[in-house]
Design a protein around this ligand. Sequence first.
Ligand code: ADP
Ligand code: ZN
Ligand code: ZN
Length: 815
Amino acid sequence: MTECYCNVALPVPLRTTFTYAVPEALWAQVQPGTRVLVPFRKKAIVGVVVDLTTTTPAHTKIREIHKVLDLLPALTPKLLDLGQWIASYYLAPIGEVFRAMLPPVTELSLKRSVVLTEAGCVLAAKLKAGTTRNDLHGAEADFLQKLLEKKGELRLGQRGSLGITPEALQRMQRRGYLEIRETVQGRKRRMQRVVSWKDDKDASGALDEKEERIRALLQTERGPLPVPQILKLAQVSRAVIERMLRDGLLESWEEPIDPVEDSFDSGYTPAAHRLNDTQEAAFSAIRARFELAEFGVQLLHGVTGSGKTEVYLRSVQDTLARGKTAIILVPEIALTLWVGRQCRAWFGARFEGVAVLHSALSDVERAQEWWRVRNGAARVVVGTRSAIFAPLENLGLVIVDEEQEASYKQEETPRYHGRDVAIVRAKLENALALLGSATPSLETYHNAVNGKYELLTMAARVENRELAAVEIVDMRTDFQQTEKASPISRRLHDEIKACLSFHTQALVLINRRGYSWSVLCRSCGASVQCANCSISMTYHKFRNRLECHYCGSIQGVPKVCPKCQSQYVYFFGEGSEHLEERLRKEFAGARIARLDRDTARTKQQYQETLGAFASGALDILVGTQMLAKGHDFQRVTLVGVVYADSSLSLPDFRAAERTFQLLTQVAGRAGRGDLPGSVLIQTYFPEHYAVQDAVKQDYVSFYEREVHFRQMMMYPPFTSLANVIVRDTKLENAIGWSRQLSEYFAPHDGKGLRILGPASAPLARLKKEHRFQFLLKSPKKSLLTKVLSGALAFCDAKEIPQTAVLVDMDPLSLL
Ligand code: ADP
Ligand code: ZN
Ligand code: ZN
């Protein structure tokens, strides 16, 4: 009898796959791409089958697969290939790559329980009999006895429900008295009871008022409804429904709960435009590419308001007409709202043809959308970064809107760039990658200029609308005149006032969230730092606490300086929360809302605020970056940018590019409708070329200057970069391993490759870990990859933990 084994990629930070035996009963179900539940150490975890084999593995203790999760393999063969490419290009563990590609596992739920060990049983019995003295705390001793009474096992529910702290549990676990066991259970689908009017019942009989309401709802107005909805709509009690069921007027059955239908769409009809000549020219170039039916990359460089979305939608339409499928990537969750709605209106018969994927969906919603795509129900996918992994088959087109956005780069393992993955996916699928932007990244534009990508240009706004007038407000002069260090200059104040009196809308942007950036001591000069990171804590007023924006840790608001105990602590630097408060004071009566990651966490919250602003129910919207790009608000006549240049002072060779992009994008939010718009950029560096070119909204001028600088300094696109971080909670380890690694790197330096470091990383401490950094530069990507994989193998040989060495290929941020 032959045996069957499979190699499984598991979501653990190890650059390898693991071999498991496939029980005969599961042979037919296990295929490459299938998700399986397997035992790993003391746990059960979900991994992806990479391949199958009948050769018996060399090592002895092969464990068996527990369970197969999919009927249809979750990952298509093309996606498996894409995952392999990502793992090798970004030098990332394959299991973590697949985890990033797949939706959250919602079919399973973990059951955790605390179990007494033998030693624990003995101790608990002795405690009960009072025959032992020990060093357990009272609560711990009580807990052991309670466990014994419950036959040695307790379900671990919400934290604290056991009457004992997690630390105490861990302490007793370390001392061998108990174990925490995880078992995985299948999750039941949530069901609901649906009620309908029994058709053969003649309604003319004597129905009372309530019954009549219910009949009208179920028989004529709405059809069958879930119980909670009828209760609400008909204003009746559950007892009425029960009685009518008993009397045979109604019938009922159980149904799985559907995702709520999107109220955001009701009453929306997309504008129907005829493409203008410029759009038509771009679109026919795209169609010409489709005709070739082969891989290609096009860059649609169109100024803000040139009508790129319309061109995207036609291209998707054309793709669908050819029997293929399409992905549209956008850089912000907020943008999926508009593009998703437009797509549903264009392509989604009963909203079925379109799926929307992003991280503000609940796990269940996300998994449901994902499987709709996998099962072929949706043929158009709109989403943020990870939507590039949407399991569409027969892909014809991938659009990456605002391709320059840093949010396409994932800043945790696997550190992939969504745009670059989009291009590789298009290549694997023989599809077209269409990158769009008003301010392309230097890399992309360089490729277009050199003919690697096809360049399509749309140089004017639709209907010959003017680009918004951009004006610089020099904050130094404002301070001299007003003698106030307010983040809202007098000029901006006056313009907002004008806006309010003309009943148009204003957007005010600030790139920091929270109330104050830092808490400082006037006496000793110290700022309150995160306990885990070398970063100042941000003060959040509403939540009344300090938060670290890097690791999420929180602290109470100090009354005295934690360092010198002086009472002279003060709050410095205004964030979005403070700015909102200030605007409410300065413009009492105006309708103001704020949109940032603190106010918008769920899809509903995004919809509420953005919907209200778009419909004119708000006058001023304050927000962070997420408002800077892509939105098409018709009644915005003023955009104010507070602290426009704070990105210029970052120690990063892309600082100028980022600032230029942000300011140009922001300027693009004003004057998009029939009303002309103006933009105020408040800055301390009015002379900087990034600011100047943004004022003129002159991309090509900026590109030429910047590309010259990059070439001189040997930065991308003229070279490839990789950033290597060595990290550990123990400083000695981080230093020791960096030293070892630098010995490996030394002989490679200078041979077609420059290696800088080790140096302390700009973020020297993060999440309790000390960090050291190497920067590798080479015009030859393959050389870079070779040296880096050598470095990782070297680390393995030296037993430097794989989690201690982070490789960031094509880094966007060098922090
Ligand atoms: P971009 O993404 O290039 O900044 P959008 O695609 O958001 O611009 O389009 C800007 C506005 O112009 C939208 O309100 C859109 O409905 C409108 N629009 C697009 N195409 C046309 C057209 N051919 N004629 C008139 N208006 C158009
Ligand atoms: Zn102090
Ligand atoms: Zn922190």
